[in-house]
Ligand binder design. Sequence first.
Ligand SMILES: [Zn+2]
Length: 115
Amino acid sequence: MQHMPDVQPFKEKLLALKKELTERVAAIDKDIRHEGMSHDWEEQASERENDEVLESLGNASERELAMINFALQRIEQGEYFTCSVCGDEIPPARLELLPYTTLCVDCAEKRENQQ
Ligand SMILES: [Zn+2]
């Protein structure tokens, strides 16, 4: 039987990241709704310009959050260290850098070259 690295530290890291991102997304949502903002028209106009920036930030965070949730799902299914393309083991050192990657180095490189 193949020895699998301990998944627990990765799980804790992902859960911490998830918490951080969930809070960030909530804070961005709150900014977009302008809770407690002034009713000064000029100020509101510049706030609206910020909305687009905030929204793209929010989208990036939500995408990241989805990837974290997917990684946690893979942990539950015992697939965290398995490349989703070729089935090889993803080295733990790679997962320490990219805790929600689903690809081994080879497959990630192949995918990058396709773009
Ligand atoms: Zn692979």
